[in-house]
Design a protein around this ligand. Structure first.
Ligand code: PEP
Ligand code: MG
Length: 589
């Protein structure tokens, strides 16, 4: 048995068999397959090589046609190598005799051949080494593609273990087959975590080396409460966790009863509980969890699940569906927040050196006006069908906001000229995600109708901690006094100018922070739908003066450790059985 610590994303525990999703990596980890899977592995290898050869032959034909037969000869070395038995046979033999994965055997063989070429010294051989490494990547990417195909074909639910997933890959996971997830990379609020969090399965990210430690088919436990993955658990651990799973399910049944109750404090203050969604189809689940509307629709996911940007019609259909499903309930749609870890790096000719501080979000939109306008047109057309609010992300200067509003006005003028219906009084607001916006909130408050505080980014930019980097995950916390002070300042400015403020970062869904949020004056929280019942339970157990006292006390602390301890103590006082009841509560160690 081995236990690996990571960062928990979704609470819950699951026990199951591992499915290791391969990646094209710098270092391909050593993995073996079961004896009965060796034939399959050889088939995967042979087919991947055949496909790579077919691809190279197609390239050769294309080059021969456009540039002539001489340049096309470049491909002969590549094709010849992929048909060379002295290279391929030892790979097959290793898979057959040592039961290593085809990926491992391929990487070992190709990379050692490339090293031999490099050692020969001359430029010609160095070029050959690069060609061999290119072939290595080609064959590996075919093998990885087959690993994903294999995942699509499995019929028994599995726990996926992977080095990393992009937000787009995460969005395409099929929850009917995947009961849990563990990754080497990522942080609590990386976009991949947010998407898998929405799937409602237990997830632990940032485990650093889980994908090399776990073998396909290993029994593993994903402990999404403590942030642990246990590989090949012993009987005692297995039975402790099995008991916990049963207890957790009973607890979920209790929480389900919260769904029909009003989110109201003991002294009668209603706290609006809205949902964060990535697709309109999530609205059904949001309402089933007791959500009162959508506080954050992350529309950029429409781009992530397609090969090309969505058309105006595709945007419109998605918003129309959301409006219909919400049936008059509030809907705040954020304009696309592409960039950083989402989409643009893959499209860029030259990736940015520091994408989190680069051309992302509203900055990207303002430099890609035709694309931005397509979305705004669809949004305005949808405004004729029901109540929507438009929210601009990552605003850091007043000029960005003014430009965005001008473009929206342009779009409205165009629609008027075309005789297309829209709601001219549509409400606009901004996300407060950058310290500059938080510090200038009173300026922005005079130009918009609402704020939504995006603590996921606000934390990363205030504390200079990459939200997706597992190596600094322990430094990333909403309990840092600097973050709390900024949130407080934003709420104060919004109050002064009488505009609404809500919070939509992941801490809105953390029961630990609920009292503090209420105490700071927030009356609308937008959170991952599955967390609504947990947060509602806290709301119903507290009163506003008690939360205000807590906020004042927390405001006097100088460290996140003191803040967290205080929040834990208070939560334990109001709901004694919630926090203390993890899988380790009856463990001796
Ligand atoms: C945030 O930054 O807090 C937020 C809600 O936006 P996202 O997580 O999509 O960046
Ligand atoms: Mg953000």
């Amino acid at each position: 048995m081995k236990s690996i610590t990571g960062t928990p994303v979704t609470p819950g525990v699951v026990i199951g068999r591992a499915f290791v999703l391969e990646e094209v990596l710098q270092r391909v980890p050593y993995h073996t397959v079961k004896q009965e899977d060796i034939a399959d592995e050889l088939w995967r290898f042979n087919t991947s090589v055949e496909e790579a050869v077919a691809e190279l032959e197609a390239d050769r034909a294309r080059v021969a046609e456009s540039l002539g037969p001489e340049p096309a000869k470049i491909f002969e070395f590549h094709i010849g190598l992929l048909q060379d038995r002295t290279l391929l046979e030892p790979i097959r033999k290793r898979v057959e005799e040592e039961a290593v994965t085809a990926s491992y055997a391929v990487a070992e063989a190709f990379r050692s051949l490339a090293d031999q070429f490099k050692e020969m010294g001359s430029e010609v051989f160095r070029q050959k080494a690069n060609d061999v490494l290119d072939l290595d990547r080609r064959v590996l990417s075919k093998l990885v593609g087959r690993s994903r195909d294999r995942l699509a074909k499995i019929d028994e639910p599995v726990i996926v273990v992977s080095h990393d997933l992009t937000p787009a890959q995460a969005a395409s996971l099929d929850v009917r087959k995947i009961i849990g997830l563990a990754t080497d990379a990522g942080g609590r609020t990386s976009h991949t975590s947010i998407v898998v969090g929405a799937l409602g399965i237990p997830v632990v990210v940032g485990c650093q080396r889980i994908s090399t430690e776990v073998e396909d088919g290993d029994r593993i436990i994903i402990d999404g409460i403590e942030g642990k993955v246990i590989i090949q658990p012993d009987d005692e651990t297995l039975s402790r966790y099995s008991e916990f799973v049963a207890r957790f399910e009973r607890e979920q049944a209790v929480l389900k009863r919260q769904v029909s109750l009003e989110p109201i404090t003991r002294d009668g203050t209603h706290i609006n509980l809205m949902g964060n969604i990535e697709f309109a189809a999530e609205i059904e689940g949001l309402l089933a969890n007791g959500g009162e509307g959508v506080g954050l629709f992350r529309t950029e996911f429409l781009y992530l699940t397609r090969g090309k940007p969505p058309s105006e019609e595709e945007h419109f259909e998605e918003y129309k569906q959301a409006i219909e499903l919400l049936d008059g309930r509030p809907l705040t749609i954020r304009t696309m927040d592409l960039g950083a870890d989402k989409y643009t790096q893959q499209q860029a000719e030259e990736p940015e050196r520091n994408p989190m501080l680069g051309l992302r979000s509203i900055r990207y939109c303002l430099q890609n006006l035709p694309m931005f306008k397509i979305q705004l047109r669809a949004l305005m057309r949808a405004s004729a069908l029901g109540p929507i609010r438009i929210m601009f992300p990552l605003i850091s200067t007043a000029m960005e906001l003014r430009k965005s509003k001008m473009i929206l006005q342009d779009v409205m003028d165009e629609l008027t000229d075309e005789g297309i219906d829209f709601d001219a009084s549509v409400v606009t607001g901004i996300m407060i995600e950058v310290p500059s916006a938080a510090l200038m909130a009173s300026v922005f408050a005079q130009e918009v109708s609402f704020f939504s505080i995006g603590t996921n980014d606000l934390i990363q930019y205030t504390l200079a901690v990459d939200r997706g980097n597992e190596r600094v995950a322990s430094l990333y916390t909403g309990a840092h006094p600097a973050v709390i002070q900024l949130v407080k300042a934003v709420i104060r400015s919004a109050k002064k100018f009488n505009i609404e403020t809500s919070i939509c970062g992941e801490i809105a869904g953390e029961a630990l922070f609920t009292m503090l949020m209420i105490g700071l004056g927030l009356r609308t929280l937008s959170l991952v739908p599955s967390q609504i019942p947990h947060v509602k339970r806290v709301i119903r157990a507290v009163d506003v003066p008690q939360c205000e006292r807590l906020a004042r006390k927390v405001g006097s602390f100088d460290s996140e450790r003191k803040v967290l301890k205080c929040l834990r103590d208070e939560l334990e006082k109001v709901l004694p059985d919630v926090e203390a009841d993890g899988p380790h509560s009856n463990s001796s160690g």
